[in-house]
Design a protein around this ligand. Structure first.
Ligand SMILES: Nc1ncnc2c1ncn2[C@@H]1O[C@H](COP(=O)(O)OP(=O)(O)OP(=O)(O)O)[C@@H](O)[C@H]1O
Ligand SMILES: [Mg+2]
Length: 297
């Protein structure tokens, strides 16, 4: 069943509106003149308040680059990105603090963005400090509050990253993003490195947090099963172009574009049944391997 978006009465315009977005990277080998390769080619989509928009496509299709342009980590070469009515491309070289607060990101490898020498609670209190929020004591209290919200405890605040599991580190990354009360979180392969059960815990957590706070997600992943579960609507990127977009149910049940059909065909995990089948198949393989080895030896 499609996830229902509860759009507040005041939401007369999308939170994020991406129109004809183009992003280019400098190509290697241009000796005299900068040669640019366009990797996002005229992409348009919007995200409503409280909505999760899934962005899927093969590796290299431009998913992360689209997210980076919204975060102002990649230049907008063409088109516009509008956030709550403000032209993001026209913000000037220094991204306003308010935008850096409103739009947060959660990546695949939370460990990489945490200082290994700092206790993880500090990632959260430092984020508050950077934005000039609270004093030392209230930041610590806020960190605990948000840790509990994401399923961690007071004891976790003083751990080092190396003392935590991948799922716990991802909870820290989510806590750090959410403590700033963002309006949009860009989740780029945020659950891709986790095992299946941790994956579903984190996805459920993200969905619960959305229900509580009304935050929007741009959910970037190559995993169609995950995107089907969490998204209200889905866009399909192929070589930098958005070839199809629809509500999640419609897209999975009646894909219109040949490319979407081939993505679905290549991904048994895109249906819950398929996912179970795949898991069962994996378990069978695991059991089958030792006997195969025995035969071989
Ligand atoms: N910093 C960069 N400089 C030059 N080219 C880049 C850079 N980052 C990405 N690219 C190229 O841009 C294209 C899109 O990359 P992008 O990382 O957006 O893809 P993606 O859809 O996120 O892929 P994946 O699923 O592997 O994460 C690719 O061809 C990639 O090689
Ligand atoms: Mg990527």
């Amino acid at each position: 069943m499609d996830r229902e978006v509860i759009i507040p009465m005041t939401a007369h315009r999308p939170l994020l509106d991406v129109r004809d977005l183009e992003v280019a990277y400098e190509a290697k080998g241009g000796m005299f003149r900068k040669r640019m390769t366009t990797v996002v080619k005229g992409v348009s989509f919007h995200i409503a308040p409280g909505e999760t928009y899934g962005l899927v496509g093969e590796s290299g299709s431009g998913k992360s680059t689209t997210g980076r342009a919204i975060l102002r980590l990649a230049d907008i070469a063409g088109g516009t990105v509008t956030f709550d009515g403000t032209d993001v491309g026209a913000m000037g070289s220094r991204t306003p603090l308010s935008y850096r607060r409103d739009v947060q990101a959660v990546y695949q490898d939370p460990g990489a963005s945490l200082n290994p020498r700092h206790r993880v609670g500090r990632a959260v209190t430092d984020a508050l400090k950077r934005h000039g929020i609270g004093d030392r004591a209230s930041r610590r209290a806020k960190a605990l509050e948000v840790f509990e919200q994401v399923g961690l405890t007071a004891a976790h605040l003083d751990r080092f990253p190396s003392e935590m599991s991948g799922g716990q580190l991802q909870r820290v990354a989510i806590a750090r993003a959410l403590v700033l009360e963002p309006r949009l979180v860009i989740c780029d392969e945020a659950v891709s490195a986790l095992d299946l059960s941790t994956q579903s815990q984190i996805i459920n957590l993200l969905m619960d947090l959305q229900k509580e706070s009304g935050v929007s997600y741009l959910f970037i992943t190559h995993d169609l099963g995950v995107v089907r579960h969490i998204s209200h609507r889905v866009g399909v990127l192929k070589l930098g172009e958005l070839v199809e977009e629809n509500t999640t149910d419609a897209l999975f049940e009646a894909p219109q574009h040949e490319y979407t059909r081939s993505l679905l065909a290549a991904s048994p995990s895109s249906s819950p049944e398929g996912r179970d089948e795949r898991r069962a198949a994996r378990q069978q393989r695991r059991v089958a391997v030792p006997s195969a080895l025995r035969q071989a030896s």
